[in-house]
Design a protein around this ligand. Structure first.
Ligand SMILES: CC(=O)SCCNC(=O)CCNC(=O)[C@H](O)C(C)(C)COP(=O)(O)OP(=O)(O)OC[C@H]1O[C@@H](n2cnc3c(N)ncnc32)[C@H](O)[C@@H]1OP(=O)(O)O
Ligand SMILES: O=CC(=O)O
Ligand SMILES: [Mg+2]
Length: 527
Protein backbone atom coordinates (compact mmCIF):
# COMPACT_ATOMS: atom_id res chain seq x y z
CA UNK A 1 0.00 0.00 0.00
CA UNK A 2 1.30 3.44 -0.82
CA UNK A 3 0.94 6.25 1.68
CA UNK A 4 1.36 9.90 0.96
CA UNK A 5 2.32 12.21 3.79
CA UNK A 6 2.91 15.91 3.36
CA UNK A 7 5.38 17.81 5.52
CA UNK A 8 6.22 21.25 4.26
CA UNK A 9 6.62 20.37 0.63
CA UNK A 10 8.28 16.94 0.86
CA UNK A 11 5.95 14.06 0.11
CA UNK A 12 6.75 10.46 0.96
CA UNK A 13 5.55 8.19 -1.82
CA UNK A 14 6.44 4.78 -0.50
CA UNK A 15 5.11 1.78 1.33
CA UNK A 16 5.39 2.15 5.09
CA UNK A 17 8.24 0.06 6.44
CA UNK A 18 9.22 -1.18 9.88
CA UNK A 19 10.78 1.70 11.87
CA UNK A 20 10.84 3.99 8.82
CA UNK A 21 9.07 6.60 10.93
CA UNK A 22 12.25 6.90 13.03
CA UNK A 23 14.10 8.19 9.97
CA UNK A 24 11.31 9.95 8.08
CA UNK A 25 10.37 12.31 10.89
CA UNK A 26 8.70 15.59 9.90
CA UNK A 27 11.79 17.51 10.97
CA UNK A 28 14.15 15.27 8.97
CA UNK A 29 11.94 15.60 5.90
CA UNK A 30 11.84 19.35 6.32
CA UNK A 31 15.62 19.38 6.46
CA UNK A 32 15.88 17.34 3.25
CA UNK A 33 13.27 19.66 1.73
CA UNK A 34 15.36 22.68 2.65
CA UNK A 35 18.37 21.15 0.88
CA UNK A 36 16.26 20.28 -2.17
CA UNK A 37 14.86 23.83 -2.25
CA UNK A 38 18.30 25.38 -2.03
CA UNK A 39 20.21 23.11 -4.40
CA UNK A 40 17.77 21.20 -6.64
CA UNK A 41 17.92 23.63 -9.53
CA UNK A 42 21.67 24.06 -9.40
CA UNK A 43 22.10 20.31 -9.48
CA UNK A 44 19.91 20.13 -12.58
CA UNK A 45 22.02 22.80 -14.26
CA UNK A 46 25.16 20.84 -13.46
CA UNK A 47 23.65 17.69 -14.96
CA UNK A 48 22.99 19.66 -18.14
CA UNK A 49 26.59 20.85 -18.07
CA UNK A 50 27.73 17.23 -17.85
CA UNK A 51 25.87 16.50 -21.08
CA UNK A 52 27.29 19.61 -22.76
CA UNK A 53 30.81 18.62 -21.72
CA UNK A 54 30.28 15.07 -23.03
CA UNK A 55 29.19 16.52 -26.39
CA UNK A 56 32.18 18.87 -26.52
CA UNK A 57 34.58 16.01 -25.84
CA UNK A 58 32.84 13.79 -28.39
CA UNK A 59 33.19 16.60 -30.93
CA UNK A 60 36.95 16.63 -30.38
CA UNK A 61 37.52 19.46 -27.87
CA UNK A 62 40.78 18.49 -26.16
CA UNK A 63 40.64 17.66 -22.45
CA UNK A 64 43.29 19.57 -20.52
CA UNK A 65 44.01 21.12 -17.14
CA UNK A 66 41.82 24.27 -17.02
CA UNK A 67 43.63 27.50 -17.84
CA UNK A 68 41.23 29.61 -15.78
CA UNK A 69 42.24 27.92 -12.54
CA UNK A 70 45.99 27.91 -13.08
CA UNK A 71 46.32 30.48 -10.27
CA UNK A 72 44.71 28.04 -7.81
CA UNK A 73 47.19 25.36 -8.83
CA UNK A 74 50.13 27.73 -8.66
CA UNK A 75 49.21 29.29 -5.31
CA UNK A 76 51.33 27.65 -2.59
CA UNK A 77 49.32 29.37 0.12
CA UNK A 78 46.39 27.06 0.70
CA UNK A 79 45.93 23.66 2.32
CA UNK A 80 42.92 21.59 3.22
CA UNK A 81 41.56 21.36 6.77
CA UNK A 82 43.60 19.31 9.25
CA UNK A 83 42.54 15.65 9.62
CA UNK A 84 39.48 15.33 11.85
CA UNK A 85 39.23 12.93 14.81
CA UNK A 86 39.20 9.33 13.57
CA UNK A 87 40.54 10.30 10.16
CA UNK A 88 44.22 10.81 10.86
CA UNK A 89 45.30 7.21 10.41
CA UNK A 90 43.39 5.65 7.52
CA UNK A 91 45.72 2.85 6.55
CA UNK A 92 42.88 0.35 6.07
CA UNK A 93 39.38 1.28 4.99
CA UNK A 94 36.76 -1.42 4.56
CA UNK A 95 33.80 -0.72 2.30
CA UNK A 96 30.36 -2.26 2.11
CA UNK A 97 26.65 -1.59 2.15
CA UNK A 98 25.15 -0.61 5.52
CA UNK A 99 23.20 -3.84 5.88
CA UNK A 100 23.08 -4.79 9.61
CA UNK A 101 25.24 -7.89 9.57
CA UNK A 102 27.84 -6.33 7.34
CA UNK A 103 27.75 -3.13 9.35
CA UNK A 104 28.69 -4.99 12.54
CA UNK A 105 31.34 -7.01 10.71
CA UNK A 106 32.83 -3.92 9.08
CA UNK A 107 32.89 -1.91 12.29
CA UNK A 108 34.60 -4.79 14.10
CA UNK A 109 36.92 -5.66 11.21
CA UNK A 110 40.05 -3.93 12.54
CA UNK A 111 39.99 -1.40 9.69
CA UNK A 112 40.46 2.25 10.68
CA UNK A 113 37.50 3.38 8.57
CA UNK A 114 34.25 1.84 7.40
CA UNK A 115 33.03 3.39 4.18
CA UNK A 116 29.28 2.76 4.57
CA UNK A 117 28.21 2.64 0.98
CA UNK A 118 24.83 3.83 -0.21
CA UNK A 119 26.29 4.07 -3.72
CA UNK A 120 28.18 1.50 -5.88
CA UNK A 121 27.50 -1.33 -3.39
CA UNK A 122 23.81 -0.57 -2.72
CA UNK A 123 20.86 -1.20 -5.01
CA UNK A 124 18.68 1.74 -3.98
CA UNK A 125 15.41 0.00 -3.15
CA UNK A 126 13.47 2.12 -0.69
CA UNK A 127 14.02 -0.62 1.90
CA UNK A 128 17.79 -0.39 1.42
CA UNK A 129 17.80 3.41 1.46
CA UNK A 130 15.95 3.70 4.76
CA UNK A 131 17.31 0.43 6.18
CA UNK A 132 20.82 1.77 5.61
CA UNK A 133 20.01 4.92 7.55
CA UNK A 134 18.60 2.81 10.40
CA UNK A 135 21.75 0.68 10.52
CA UNK A 136 23.90 3.79 10.70
CA UNK A 137 21.79 5.35 13.43
CA UNK A 138 21.73 2.10 15.41
CA UNK A 139 25.46 1.61 14.99
CA UNK A 140 26.21 5.10 16.29
CA UNK A 141 23.78 4.59 19.17
CA UNK A 142 25.46 1.20 19.78
CA UNK A 143 22.17 -0.66 19.59
CA UNK A 144 22.83 -2.61 16.41
CA UNK A 145 23.65 -5.90 18.18
CA UNK A 146 21.46 -8.84 17.20
CA UNK A 147 21.28 -12.61 17.09
CA UNK A 148 20.92 -13.98 13.56
CA UNK A 149 18.40 -16.64 12.57
CA UNK A 150 21.24 -19.20 12.57
CA UNK A 151 22.03 -18.32 16.19
CA UNK A 152 25.18 -16.34 15.45
CA UNK A 153 25.72 -13.33 17.65
CA UNK A 154 26.54 -9.95 16.16
CA UNK A 155 27.92 -7.59 18.80
CA UNK A 156 29.91 -4.40 18.45
CA UNK A 157 33.38 -4.69 19.93
CA UNK A 158 35.37 -2.09 21.78
CA UNK A 159 37.45 -0.65 18.92
CA UNK A 160 35.30 0.36 15.99
CA UNK A 161 36.12 1.76 12.58
CA UNK A 162 35.32 5.43 11.95
CA UNK A 163 32.14 5.75 9.89
CA UNK A 164 32.33 7.57 6.56
CA UNK A 165 29.11 7.55 4.53
CA UNK A 166 29.00 7.54 0.75
CA UNK A 167 25.72 9.02 -0.56
CA UNK A 168 24.52 8.36 -4.09
CA UNK A 169 25.91 10.48 -6.92
CA UNK A 170 24.45 13.70 -8.33
CA UNK A 171 22.98 11.89 -11.35
CA UNK A 172 20.40 9.90 -9.39
CA UNK A 173 17.00 10.87 -8.06
CA UNK A 174 15.02 9.41 -5.18
CA UNK A 175 11.54 8.84 -6.50
CA UNK A 176 10.01 7.99 -3.11
CA UNK A 177 10.51 11.54 -1.91
CA UNK A 178 9.07 14.47 -3.78
CA UNK A 179 9.83 18.12 -3.29
CA UNK A 180 7.68 20.62 -5.14
CA UNK A 181 6.37 17.86 -7.38
CA UNK A 182 9.83 16.58 -8.34
CA UNK A 183 11.92 13.65 -7.06
CA UNK A 184 14.52 14.79 -4.54
CA UNK A 185 18.16 14.40 -5.68
CA UNK A 186 19.26 11.07 -4.19
CA UNK A 187 22.55 12.59 -3.00
CA UNK A 188 20.62 15.05 -0.85
CA UNK A 189 18.39 12.32 0.56
CA UNK A 190 21.30 10.09 1.62
CA UNK A 191 23.40 12.97 2.86
CA UNK A 192 20.50 14.85 4.44
CA UNK A 193 18.97 11.99 6.40
CA UNK A 194 22.32 10.86 7.74
CA UNK A 195 23.41 14.38 8.58
CA UNK A 196 20.12 15.19 10.27
CA UNK A 197 20.09 12.13 12.50
CA UNK A 198 23.76 11.43 13.05
CA UNK A 199 25.88 14.57 12.71
CA UNK A 200 25.45 15.73 16.30
CA UNK A 201 25.55 12.16 17.60
CA UNK A 202 28.90 11.62 15.86
CA UNK A 203 30.27 14.86 17.27
CA UNK A 204 29.12 13.82 20.76
CA UNK A 205 30.94 10.52 20.28
CA UNK A 206 34.16 12.40 19.47
CA UNK A 207 34.00 12.10 15.69
CA UNK A 208 31.99 14.00 13.08
CA UNK A 209 29.78 13.73 10.02
CA UNK A 210 32.16 12.28 7.45
CA UNK A 211 31.47 11.54 3.80
CA UNK A 212 32.86 10.04 0.63
CA UNK A 213 31.64 11.89 -2.47
CA UNK A 214 31.27 9.78 -5.64
CA UNK A 215 31.39 10.38 -9.38
CA UNK A 216 32.11 14.11 -9.38
CA UNK A 217 32.97 15.38 -12.85
CA UNK A 218 34.34 18.85 -12.12
CA UNK A 219 35.04 21.59 -9.56
CA UNK A 220 31.53 23.04 -9.80
CA UNK A 221 30.09 19.81 -8.46
CA UNK A 222 32.56 19.98 -5.58
CA UNK A 223 31.48 23.57 -4.94
CA UNK A 224 27.88 22.42 -4.84
CA UNK A 225 28.75 19.84 -2.18
CA UNK A 226 30.63 22.48 -0.21
CA UNK A 227 27.59 24.74 -0.26
CA UNK A 228 25.41 21.82 0.84
CA UNK A 229 27.72 21.32 3.82
CA UNK A 230 27.65 25.01 4.70
CA UNK A 231 23.86 25.16 4.69
CA UNK A 232 23.46 21.84 6.51
CA UNK A 233 25.82 22.94 9.26
CA UNK A 234 24.09 26.30 9.54
CA UNK A 235 20.58 24.81 9.69
CA UNK A 236 21.46 22.41 12.49
CA UNK A 237 23.76 24.74 14.39
CA UNK A 238 26.82 22.60 13.78
CA UNK A 239 30.09 24.53 13.63
CA UNK A 240 31.27 25.41 10.15
CA UNK A 241 34.10 23.10 9.08
CA UNK A 242 32.93 20.07 11.07
CA UNK A 243 32.03 18.02 8.00
CA UNK A 244 34.83 16.12 6.29
CA UNK A 245 34.56 14.78 2.75
CA UNK A 246 36.89 12.59 0.73
CA UNK A 247 36.23 12.91 -2.98
CA UNK A 248 36.54 9.92 -5.26
CA UNK A 249 38.46 10.83 -8.35
CA UNK A 250 36.66 8.40 -10.58
CA UNK A 251 35.88 10.29 -13.74
CA UNK A 252 38.38 11.28 -16.40
CA UNK A 253 37.29 14.92 -16.31
CA UNK A 254 37.75 15.14 -12.52
CA UNK A 255 41.32 13.86 -12.93
CA UNK A 256 42.07 17.17 -14.67
CA UNK A 257 40.64 19.15 -11.74
CA UNK A 258 41.90 17.30 -8.67
CA UNK A 259 43.52 20.36 -7.19
CA UNK A 260 40.49 22.55 -7.90
CA UNK A 261 38.22 19.98 -6.24
CA UNK A 262 40.37 20.03 -3.12
CA UNK A 263 40.33 23.83 -3.25
CA UNK A 264 36.55 24.10 -3.47
CA UNK A 265 36.13 21.77 -0.51
CA UNK A 266 39.22 22.86 1.37
CA UNK A 267 37.55 23.69 4.68
CA UNK A 268 35.74 20.33 4.59
CA UNK A 269 38.18 18.18 2.65
CA UNK A 270 39.71 15.00 3.99
CA UNK A 271 41.41 13.94 0.79
CA UNK A 272 40.94 12.11 -2.47
CA UNK A 273 40.46 8.44 -3.30
CA UNK A 274 41.42 6.63 -6.49
CA UNK A 275 38.05 5.19 -7.53
CA UNK A 276 39.69 3.05 -10.17
CA UNK A 277 36.67 1.10 -11.42
CA UNK A 278 34.42 4.03 -12.14
CA UNK A 279 37.46 5.82 -13.53
CA UNK A 280 37.95 3.12 -16.12
CA UNK A 281 34.23 3.16 -16.86
CA UNK A 282 34.39 6.93 -17.31
CA UNK A 283 37.35 6.72 -19.69
CA UNK A 284 35.51 4.24 -21.90
CA UNK A 285 32.22 6.13 -21.70
CA UNK A 286 33.80 9.49 -22.49
CA UNK A 287 36.12 8.43 -25.28
CA UNK A 288 34.59 5.11 -26.33
CA UNK A 289 33.89 6.43 -29.82
CA UNK A 290 37.63 6.93 -30.51
CA UNK A 291 39.75 4.08 -31.81
CA UNK A 292 42.74 5.26 -29.77
CA UNK A 293 40.70 4.52 -26.63
CA UNK A 294 39.88 0.96 -27.56
CA UNK A 295 40.67 -1.25 -24.58
CA UNK A 296 41.32 -4.99 -24.30
CA UNK A 297 39.68 -7.36 -21.76
CA UNK A 298 38.97 -5.73 -18.43
CA UNK A 299 41.33 -8.16 -16.69
CA UNK A 300 44.22 -6.78 -18.74
CA UNK A 301 43.66 -3.17 -17.76
CA UNK A 302 45.43 -3.19 -14.42
CA UNK A 303 46.80 -0.38 -12.29
CA UNK A 304 50.17 -0.76 -14.01
CA UNK A 305 48.70 0.46 -17.32
CA UNK A 306 50.49 3.76 -18.03
CA UNK A 307 47.33 5.88 -18.04
CA UNK A 308 46.19 4.38 -14.72
CA UNK A 309 49.60 4.96 -13.19
CA UNK A 310 49.60 8.55 -14.37
CA UNK A 311 46.25 9.01 -12.64
CA UNK A 312 47.29 7.55 -9.28
CA UNK A 313 50.67 9.27 -9.26
CA UNK A 314 49.04 12.62 -9.90
CA UNK A 315 46.47 11.94 -7.19
CA UNK A 316 49.12 11.33 -4.52
CA UNK A 317 51.16 14.33 -5.58
CA UNK A 318 48.11 16.62 -5.61
CA UNK A 319 46.86 15.47 -2.22
CA UNK A 320 50.15 15.73 -0.41
CA UNK A 321 50.92 19.13 -1.87
CA UNK A 322 47.74 20.32 -0.12
CA UNK A 323 48.00 18.34 3.12
CA UNK A 324 45.24 15.94 2.13
CA UNK A 325 45.12 12.16 2.51
CA UNK A 326 45.47 10.08 -0.64
CA UNK A 327 43.51 6.83 -0.35
CA UNK A 328 44.05 3.90 -2.68
CA UNK A 329 41.41 2.05 -4.63
CA UNK A 330 39.74 -1.31 -4.54
CA UNK A 331 41.48 -4.51 -5.56
CA UNK A 332 38.44 -6.56 -6.60
CA UNK A 333 39.68 -9.99 -5.46
CA UNK A 334 37.73 -11.45 -2.53
CA UNK A 335 39.10 -14.40 -0.57
CA UNK A 336 36.98 -17.47 -1.23
CA UNK A 337 36.92 -20.67 0.81
CA UNK A 338 39.05 -22.73 -1.60
CA UNK A 339 42.70 -22.50 -0.36
CA UNK A 340 44.49 -22.03 -3.70
CA UNK A 341 42.06 -19.36 -4.92
CA UNK A 342 42.29 -17.68 -1.54
CA UNK A 343 46.07 -17.53 -1.68
CA UNK A 344 45.98 -16.17 -5.21
CA UNK A 345 43.47 -13.48 -4.21
CA UNK A 346 45.55 -12.46 -1.20
CA UNK A 347 48.71 -12.31 -3.30
CA UNK A 348 47.07 -10.06 -5.90
CA UNK A 349 45.65 -7.76 -3.25
CA UNK A 350 49.05 -7.61 -1.55
CA UNK A 351 50.75 -6.55 -4.79
CA UNK A 352 48.20 -3.78 -5.34
CA UNK A 353 48.52 -2.49 -1.79
CA UNK A 354 52.32 -2.63 -1.94
CA UNK A 355 52.35 -0.49 -5.06
CA UNK A 356 50.01 2.03 -3.45
CA UNK A 357 51.93 2.23 -0.18
CA UNK A 358 55.22 2.66 -2.01
CA UNK A 359 53.71 5.31 -4.28
CA UNK A 360 52.80 7.38 -1.23
CA UNK A 361 49.14 6.57 -0.59
CA UNK A 362 48.17 6.96 3.07
CA UNK A 363 45.85 3.98 3.16
CA UNK A 364 43.64 1.92 0.94
CA UNK A 365 40.32 0.17 0.47
CA UNK A 366 39.42 -3.46 1.00
CA UNK A 367 36.13 -5.13 0.12
CA UNK A 368 36.16 -7.91 2.69
CA UNK A 369 37.18 -8.40 6.34
CA UNK A 370 39.51 -11.21 5.23
CA UNK A 371 41.61 -8.60 3.42
CA UNK A 372 42.08 -6.23 6.34
CA UNK A 373 45.22 -8.01 7.67
CA UNK A 374 47.06 -7.97 4.35
CA UNK A 375 46.33 -4.29 3.73
CA UNK A 376 47.32 -3.41 7.28
CA UNK A 377 50.53 -5.42 7.07
CA UNK A 378 51.56 -3.70 3.85
CA UNK A 379 50.84 -0.17 5.10
CA UNK A 380 52.40 -0.94 8.50
CA UNK A 381 55.53 -1.89 6.61
CA UNK A 382 55.73 1.53 4.97
CA UNK A 383 54.17 3.78 7.61
CA UNK A 384 55.39 2.10 10.77
CA UNK A 385 54.21 4.21 13.69
CA UNK A 386 53.44 7.22 11.48
CA UNK A 387 49.71 7.69 10.87
CA UNK A 388 50.19 8.68 7.22
CA UNK A 389 52.86 9.79 4.78
CA UNK A 390 51.62 13.28 3.94
CA UNK A 391 55.23 14.42 4.10
CA UNK A 392 56.04 12.44 0.94
CA UNK A 393 55.41 15.26 -1.46
CA UNK A 394 56.18 13.29 -4.61
CA UNK A 395 57.71 16.34 -6.24
CA UNK A 396 59.32 13.91 -8.66
CA UNK A 397 55.89 13.41 -10.27
CA UNK A 398 54.91 15.57 -13.25
CA UNK A 399 51.94 14.16 -15.12
CA UNK A 400 50.84 15.60 -18.45
CA UNK A 401 47.40 15.61 -20.04
CA UNK A 402 48.76 13.29 -22.72
CA UNK A 403 49.85 10.77 -20.08
CA UNK A 404 46.43 10.75 -18.43
CA UNK A 405 44.97 10.00 -21.84
CA UNK A 406 47.60 7.53 -23.09
CA UNK A 407 45.17 4.64 -23.32
CA UNK A 408 46.33 3.37 -26.69
CA UNK A 409 49.54 2.12 -25.12
CA UNK A 410 47.71 -0.98 -23.88
CA UNK A 411 47.58 -3.31 -26.80
CA UNK A 412 45.42 -6.23 -27.77
CA UNK A 413 41.91 -6.95 -29.01
CA UNK A 414 39.30 -8.47 -26.70
CA UNK A 415 39.41 -12.25 -26.37
CA UNK A 416 36.39 -14.54 -26.67
CA UNK A 417 36.77 -15.20 -22.94
CA UNK A 418 36.81 -11.48 -22.21
CA UNK A 419 33.58 -10.92 -24.14
CA UNK A 420 31.84 -13.80 -22.39
CA UNK A 421 33.06 -12.67 -18.98
CA UNK A 422 31.65 -9.19 -19.50
CA UNK A 423 28.30 -10.64 -20.52
CA UNK A 424 28.25 -12.99 -17.53
CA UNK A 425 29.17 -10.24 -15.11
CA UNK A 426 26.67 -7.73 -16.48
CA UNK A 427 23.77 -10.21 -16.51
CA UNK A 428 24.49 -11.65 -13.07
CA UNK A 429 25.09 -8.26 -11.54
CA UNK A 430 21.92 -6.79 -13.08
CA UNK A 431 19.95 -9.76 -11.69
CA UNK A 432 21.36 -9.19 -8.21
CA UNK A 433 20.75 -5.43 -8.43
CA UNK A 434 17.11 -5.91 -9.44
CA UNK A 435 16.91 -8.29 -6.47
CA UNK A 436 18.10 -5.49 -4.17
CA UNK A 437 21.79 -6.45 -3.84
CA UNK A 438 24.35 -3.91 -4.97
CA UNK A 439 27.53 -5.93 -4.41
CA UNK A 440 28.15 -9.61 -5.12
CA UNK A 441 31.08 -11.99 -5.39
CA UNK A 442 31.29 -13.54 -8.86
CA UNK A 443 34.10 -15.93 -9.77
CA UNK A 444 36.26 -14.65 -6.94
CA UNK A 445 35.80 -10.97 -7.73
CA UNK A 446 33.73 -8.32 -6.01
CA UNK A 447 31.33 -6.85 -8.53
CA UNK A 448 29.39 -3.68 -7.93
CA UNK A 449 27.75 -0.93 -9.97
CA UNK A 450 31.11 0.41 -11.16
CA UNK A 451 32.53 -2.90 -12.35
CA UNK A 452 29.22 -3.87 -13.97
CA UNK A 453 29.27 -0.57 -15.85
CA UNK A 454 32.67 -1.48 -17.27
CA UNK A 455 31.30 -4.85 -18.40
CA UNK A 456 28.43 -3.27 -20.30
CA UNK A 457 30.33 -0.35 -21.87
CA UNK A 458 33.14 -2.59 -23.05
CA UNK A 459 30.66 -4.68 -25.02
CA UNK A 460 29.21 -1.45 -26.44
CA UNK A 461 32.67 -0.16 -27.36
CA UNK A 462 33.80 -3.39 -28.98
CA UNK A 463 30.62 -3.54 -31.05
CA UNK A 464 30.93 0.09 -32.04
CA UNK A 465 34.46 -0.47 -33.35
CA UNK A 466 33.49 -3.82 -34.88
CA UNK A 467 36.23 -5.70 -33.10
CA UNK A 468 33.50 -8.18 -32.19
CA UNK A 469 30.59 -9.27 -34.37
CA UNK A 470 27.01 -8.46 -33.45
CA UNK A 471 26.07 -12.10 -34.23
CA UNK A 472 28.71 -13.39 -31.80
CA UNK A 473 27.34 -11.21 -29.03
CA UNK A 474 23.78 -12.31 -29.85
CA UNK A 475 24.80 -15.98 -29.59
CA UNK A 476 26.71 -15.46 -26.36
CA UNK A 477 23.83 -13.48 -24.93
CA UNK A 478 21.50 -16.38 -25.72
CA UNK A 479 23.81 -18.83 -23.97
CA UNK A 480 24.52 -16.65 -20.98
CA UNK A 481 20.86 -15.76 -20.48
CA UNK A 482 20.04 -19.47 -20.40
CA UNK A 483 22.91 -20.08 -17.97
CA UNK A 484 21.67 -17.23 -15.77
CA UNK A 485 18.20 -18.79 -15.60
CA UNK A 486 19.67 -22.17 -14.65
CA UNK A 487 22.03 -20.70 -12.06
CA UNK A 488 19.65 -18.12 -10.56
CA UNK A 489 16.15 -19.65 -10.88
CA UNK A 490 14.76 -16.65 -8.98
CA UNK A 491 16.05 -14.10 -11.49
CA UNK A 492 13.69 -12.19 -13.82
CA UNK A 493 15.74 -13.38 -16.78
CA UNK A 494 13.85 -11.56 -19.53
CA UNK A 495 13.95 -8.25 -17.65
CA UNK A 496 17.68 -8.66 -17.05
CA UNK A 497 18.31 -9.43 -20.67
CA UNK A 498 16.21 -6.48 -21.81
CA UNK A 499 18.12 -4.20 -19.45
CA UNK A 500 21.39 -5.38 -20.96
CA UNK A 501 20.08 -4.91 -24.49
CA UNK A 502 18.90 -1.39 -23.75
CA UNK A 503 22.09 -0.30 -22.02
CA UNK A 504 24.81 -2.09 -24.01
CA UNK A 505 23.55 -2.93 -27.47
CA UNK A 506 22.01 0.32 -28.72
CA UNK A 507 23.93 2.78 -30.89
CA UNK A 508 23.48 5.48 -28.26
CA UNK A 509 25.20 4.63 -24.96
CA UNK A 510 23.16 5.46 -21.83
CA UNK A 511 25.43 7.37 -19.43
CA UNK A 512 24.60 5.02 -16.54
CA UNK A 513 22.53 1.86 -16.33
CA UNK A 514 21.18 2.77 -12.89
CA UNK A 515 18.72 5.67 -13.44
CA UNK A 516 16.59 3.83 -15.93
CA UNK A 517 16.81 0.47 -14.15
CA UNK A 518 15.86 2.22 -10.93
CA UNK A 519 12.78 3.93 -12.33
CA UNK A 520 11.65 0.85 -14.20
CA UNK A 521 12.32 -1.80 -11.57
CA UNK A 522 13.05 -0.50 -8.08
CA UNK A 523 10.55 2.30 -7.59
CA UNK A 524 7.39 1.59 -5.61
CA UNK A 525 8.04 -2.03 -4.98
CA UNK A 526 7.31 -3.76 -1.73
CA UNK A 527 10.85 -4.02 -0.28
C1 LIG B 1 34.15 0.01 -7.02
C2 LIG B 1 33.76 0.32 -5.64
O1 LIG B 1 33.01 1.19 -5.41
S1 LIG B 1 34.34 -0.66 -4.38
C3 LIG B 1 33.30 -0.24 -3.01
C4 LIG B 1 31.93 -0.72 -3.17
N1 LIG B 1 31.84 -2.15 -3.09
C5 LIG B 1 31.78 -2.77 -1.91
O2 LIG B 1 31.78 -2.11 -0.91
C6 LIG B 1 31.72 -4.27 -1.86
C7 LIG B 1 32.03 -4.75 -0.46
N2 LIG B 1 32.05 -6.19 -0.35
C8 LIG B 1 30.94 -6.93 -0.28
O3 LIG B 1 29.84 -6.41 -0.39
C9 LIG B 1 31.11 -8.39 -0.03
O4 LIG B 1 32.41 -8.69 0.35
C10 LIG B 1 30.75 -9.30 -1.22
C11 LIG B 1 29.28 -9.10 -1.59
C12 LIG B 1 31.62 -8.98 -2.41
C13 LIG B 1 30.97 -10.75 -0.82
O5 LIG B 1 30.21 -10.97 0.33
P1 LIG B 1 29.91 -12.45 0.84
O6 LIG B 1 29.48 -13.27 -0.32
O7 LIG B 1 29.00 -12.35 2.03
O8 LIG B 1 31.35 -12.93 1.28
P2 LIG B 1 31.72 -14.03 2.32
O9 LIG B 1 30.72 -15.15 2.32
O10 LIG B 1 33.14 -14.41 2.08
O11 LIG B 1 31.62 -13.26 3.70
C14 LIG B 1 32.11 -13.80 4.89
C15 LIG B 1 31.69 -12.91 6.03
O12 LIG B 1 32.29 -11.63 5.85
C16 LIG B 1 31.29 -10.63 5.84
N3 LIG B 1 31.67 -9.62 4.87
C17 LIG B 1 32.05 -9.78 3.57
N4 LIG B 1 32.35 -8.61 3.03
C18 LIG B 1 32.15 -7.67 3.98
C19 LIG B 1 32.30 -6.28 4.00
N5 LIG B 1 32.71 -5.61 2.94
N6 LIG B 1 31.99 -5.63 5.13
C20 LIG B 1 31.59 -6.30 6.23
N7 LIG B 1 31.45 -7.64 6.28
C21 LIG B 1 31.71 -8.31 5.15
C22 LIG B 1 30.03 -11.33 5.42
O13 LIG B 1 28.91 -10.59 5.86
C23 LIG B 1 30.19 -12.65 6.09
O14 LIG B 1 29.87 -12.46 7.46
P3 LIG B 1 29.25 -13.62 8.38
O15 LIG B 1 30.31 -14.67 8.47
O16 LIG B 1 28.98 -12.93 9.66
O17 LIG B 1 28.02 -14.10 7.69
O1 LIG C 1 34.06 3.70 -6.10
C1 LIG C 1 35.08 3.18 -6.44
C2 LIG C 1 35.35 2.77 -7.77
O2 LIG C 1 36.42 2.18 -8.00
O3 LIG C 1 34.48 3.02 -8.62
MG1 LIG D 1 32.82 4.19 -7.85
Amino acid sequence: MTTSALTHRVRVLAPEGERHDEILTPAALDFVGALAAAFGERRQELMKERRRQALRLAAGTPLDFPMVTSAVRADPGWRVAPPAPGLTDRRVEITGPPERRMAVNALNSGAQVWMADLEDATAPTWGNVIGGQLSLLDAIERRIDFTAADGREYRLGEHLATIVVRPRGWHLEEEHLEYDGRPVPAALVDFGLYFFHCAQRQIDAGYGPYFYLPKLENRYEARLWNDVFLLAQELLGIPRGTVRATVLIETITAAFEMEEILYELREHSSGLNAGRWDYLFSVIKTFGHRTDFLLPDRAKVTMTAPFMRAYTELLVRTCHKRGAHAIGGMAAQVPGAEPAAREAALATVRLNKEREAEDGFDGSWVAHPGLVPVCREVFDGVLGERPHQLDRLREDVAVTAAELLSVRRIAGPPTAEGVRTNLRVALRYFAAWLDGRGAVALDGLMEDAATAEIARVQIWQWLRHRVIERETVAELLEEETAALGAEYPWAPVEEVRALFERTALQGELPLFFTPEAYTRHLVRRAS
